[in-house]
Design a protein around this ligand. Structure first.
Ligand SMILES: NC(=O)c1ccc[n+]([C@@H]2O[C@H](COP(=O)([O-])OP(=O)(O)OC[C@H]3O[C@@H](n4cnc5c(N)ncnc54)[C@H](O)[C@@H]3O)[C@@H](O)[C@H]2O)c1
Length: 333
């Protein structure tokens, strides 16, 4: 009899929060497997709605071979107006399929997975792209929502703790809430600023806004590292003036991301320096005389790998909800 389990967000969150180092390893290894051709990560499919251009639901199918051998689908909704009623913008489920039979084996609450894998990607890039470390530097966070909070947590776990933080958000309440979170969890000096230009002078800048159109026009300087997680804040000239590290070139040059707009503006992909896997494999030499921008489109295979880890942990601790008789057709004849 095929087994089917549901794993709640609370269970997934507890597993993820006590295993951040492990999640960093899983995400790192998954980038390397993806780069070695051991993953299948087709294009994401965007469902958009007439009369509601800000909202979308995205399907991210993926298969990971290597030592994981699962397939799956993340189905993630983004409704930015939700935050006005105090609920998160993003909500999601992840379906895991057994690779031998194709059967779905679990449904896991996945907004938690999505923010953890996104934050782990940002922290891995932060560690790899500033190998000298974060002592004596400042990190600016532009956009202070759920993703930014997770990134701050993972930067700390990855050892990327700066001398100080500065937080900028159009919404002062959100900005101050993130500043309080960083103060309480990391104990480093942290200020809120309404002055975006001042924030953009930090050595490292994390963009985690919900901007749909670019609004940053001034190129960054040598020595600055930009974690372009929200993907649509930077004008093409800012991308073209930088060295650009992507998670996956084909994925990232789509859907009107800043690198996609830069490709359209320049007519080529020459501005792409390499992928994060190239950096992790020491295949990229960065020029210290130019800024670096990391743009991750967000790969379904990362959700899959983190979801499989949660499934194993939940089975081990018997914290999943097993659904008896989930499947109706149980006999061939
Ligand atoms: N690249 C990836 O893999 C990946 C994965 C998940 C989420 N994301 C992106 O991360 C972003 C943040 O997601 P979230 O769940 O934290 O959203 P959220 O709504 O919780 O927070 C976004 C914050 O950004 C602020 N903001 C919006 N526009 C701004 C601007 N121009 N300047 C300053 N602040 C601004 C908002 O006030 C809000 O506080 C989204 O764009 C989402 O699509 C990327």
């Amino acid at each position: 009899m095929q087994r089917f389990d549901i794993i709640t967000g609370g269970t997934a969150r507890d597993i993820l929060e006590s295993n951040r180092e492990k999640v960093l390893d899983i995400v790192r290894n998954t980038y390397l497997h993806h780069s070695a051709g051991e993953a299948v990560n087709p294009d994401s499919h965007f469902l958009r709605f007439p009369g509601n251009s800000d909202s979308r639901i995205i399907a991210l199918p993926a298969h990971l071979g290597a030592n994981v051998r699962f397939a799956g689908l993340k189905w993630i909704a983004s409704f930015p107006e939700n935050t006005k009623s105090g609920i998160p913008r993003a909500s999601a489920v992840l379906i895991l399929n057994d690779y031998e039979t194709g059967y779905p084996v679990a449904c896991i609450e996945a907004a938690t997975i999505s923010s953890a894998r996104t934050a782990a990607s940002a922290a891995l890039a932060a560690r790899a792209l500033r190998p000298g470390g974060y002592g004596g530097t400042r990190i600016a966070v532009v956009g202070a929502g759920v993703i930014a909070r997770n990134i701050a947590n993972y930067l700390h776990t990855a050892g990327c703790t700066p001398d100080s933080y500065v937080v900028h958000d159009l919404d002062e309440f959100s900005g101050n809430a993130l500043a309080d979170h960083i103060d309480q969890t990391q104990g480093v000096p942290v200020d809120f600023t309404a002055d975006r230009a001042a924030a953009l002078e930090a050595e490292t800048i994390v963009f985690a806004t919900t901007a749909l159109q670019p609004y940053v026009a001034k190129p960054f300087e040598a020595g600055q590292l930009v974690l372009n997680i929200s993907l649509r804040d930077l004008e093409p000239r800012v991308i073209l003036a930088a060295q650009n590290i992507l998670d996956d070139v084909g994925h990232c040059l789509k859907a009107s991301t800043s690198p996609h707009l830069a490709e359209q503006a320049s007519g080529s992909r020459d501005f792409v320096t390499g992928t994060l896997a190239d950096v992790l494999n020491n295949l990229v030499t960065l020029d210290p005389g130019r800024p670096v921008v990391f743009s991750p489109f967000g790969l379904g295979v990362l959700d899959l790998a983190v979801g499989v880890f949660i499934l194993h942990e939940a089975h081990e601790s018997e914290s999943s909800l097993r659904i008896p008789d989930f499947f109706g057709e149980t006999e061939r004849w």
